[in-house]
Write a protein that binds this ligand. Structure first.
Ligand code: ATP
Ligand code: MG
Length: 412
């Protein structure tokens, strides 16, 4: 698990505030759910046979002998909350969430055990244009953040019946090719055969070129629905590629499934994953409710955007750096800091009591344009010396603290 140090948080804050603004404009409202849920929620919601539930969850027994799990994803929790609070009776719900998720995976670049997602869930919307709308919100957000090399891949997983039929076909094909499959895929045949399509093993991928396809197993209605989604994306001018092998890692998806990848990421190329999950709400005990959603992994976005980090850090420099030495001067400096902050300035105080030269060095390093300096003499007169740190030609000014703040506000 990873600490986010102060040098990293400005970029995170910028990502989060851009996302919040996009959600606001799309009339998508925030929901916050607990990090801890009953294990059963994920076992039932995500599916026992998935990697997430089978081997990635942080599960423990609490002091009340209940099995608890740190959430590995957000959708099941959002759906639980929507059911529990009767939100679905109030009409369609357009919700977003964000925060840490936990999966026991092998850590590597872009893959952590505690990681962060932001996600959108549109509950109570069945039409194909809603799939395109959800995708457009993710696409526009990523584009606005400046993520390069984006590619949208989509597929249709069809209806539950389509998948049952296809599953049987695929299983007999996989069994016939059992010995040519990698060990992981062999294990999946009986538990989660569709997952084999998504195998990362190159030999298995090559072999699968000859496997029956989901597309061929879709019934007429599913085909029609998928073509409506594609038409809506075309109308929006959002480019996509069809990926007939795209299946998501969570069991609840049907019909539209999609991923947004970036060519600028290495092996962990998927930044956003999502799709339609019309059966989940009912499966978790709620009223039959169509739904579509997605999640973006923030760590991978941060990897993509870390070039921008320097500029964001520079923008975080204080407006004023306050230097003082001696007890009375320190009190005066403290008052100046407070007044400046109350007026809206970003003010950093040097509390070291070190020699002025040392404090000036730190002021310079802080990136501040202005310094205010107080020594014993200034304290006796209740003034500070305002110094421009970047232009030595500028005259210093001796001002009482209120006037110093006004002066800086006037100059921004
Ligand atoms: P992957 O195939 O990369 O494991 P996934 O299918 O498990 O992804 P989802 O459950 O759909 O991923 O999560 C959506 C997004 O969350 C992913 O596309 C990725 O950006 C991010 N994500 C998932 N697991 C991790 C992790 N362990 N560390 C960092 N980010 C992650
Ligand atoms: Mg995964």
């Amino acid at each position: 698990m990873v600490d986010l140090l102060p040098e990293h948080t400005p970029l995170w804050q910028q990502l989060e505030s851009t996302a919040r603004e996009h959600f606001r404009r799309a009339a998508i409202r925030e929901i916050r759910t607990p990090l801890l849920e009953a294990t059963e929620l994920f076992a039932r919601g995500i599916g026992e046979a998935t990697d997430v539930v089978g081997k990635e969850m942080y599960t423990f027994i609490d002091r009340g002998e209940r099995s608890c799990t740190l959430r590995p994803e957000g959708t099941a929790s959002v759906v639980r909350a929507a059911i529990q609070h009767g939100l679905l009776a109030q009409g369609p719900q357009r919700l977003w969430y964000g925060g840490p998720m936990f999966r026991y995976e092998r850590p590597q670049a872009g893959r952590q055990r505690q990681f962060h997602q932001i996600g959108v869930e549109l509950l109570g919307v069945a039409d194909a244009t809603s799939d395109a709308e959800a995708i457009a919100v993710a696409w526009d957000l990523l584009a606005d953040l400046g993520v390069g090399g984006l590619q949208l891949e989509i597929n249709s997983l069809g209806s539950a019946d389509d998948r049952l039929r296809y599953r049987a076909e695929l299983v007999s094909w996989l069994e016939a090719h059992h010995d040519q499959l990698d060990a992981d895929s062999q294990k999946c045949i009986s538990t989660n055969p569709l997952r084999v399509l998504d195998s990362k093993n190159a030999d298995t991928q090559a072999l699968l070129a000859g496997a029956p396809t989901l597309a061929a197993a879709l019934c007429g209605d599913s085909h029609e629905r998928f073509s409506q989604v594609r038409q809506a994306l075309e109308a929006l001018g959002i480019p996509f590629v069809l990926n007939p092998r795209l299946v998501r890692g969570l069991d609840y998806y049907g019909h539209t499934a999609f991923e947004i990848t970036s060519s600028q990421l290495g092996a962990q190329a998927t930044v956003c994953g999502g799709g339609r999950y019309d059966g989940l709400v009912e499966q978790l005990g709620g009223p039959a409710t169509a739904a579509v959603g997605w999640a973006i992994g923030l760590e991978r976005l941060v990897l993509l955007l870390s070039q921008a980090q320097g500029a964001i850090a520079a923008a975080a420099a204080p407006d004023l750096y306050v230097i003082s030495r001696g007890a009375a001067a320190e009190r005066l400096a403290l008052g100046l800091c407070r007044q400046g902050r109350q007026a809206g300035l970003v003010v950093e105080r040097d509390a070291s009591g070190a020699a002025f030269a040392k404090q000036f060095k730190r002021a310079d390093k802080s990136g501040a344009v202005w310094a205010a300096v107080a020594g014993e003499e200034e304290a006796a007169e209740a003034v500070v010396v305002l110094k421009h740190l970047r232009d030595p030609q500028r005259q210093d000014r001796r001002l009482p603290i209120g006037a110093a703040v006004q002066e800086l506000l006037g100059r921004e």
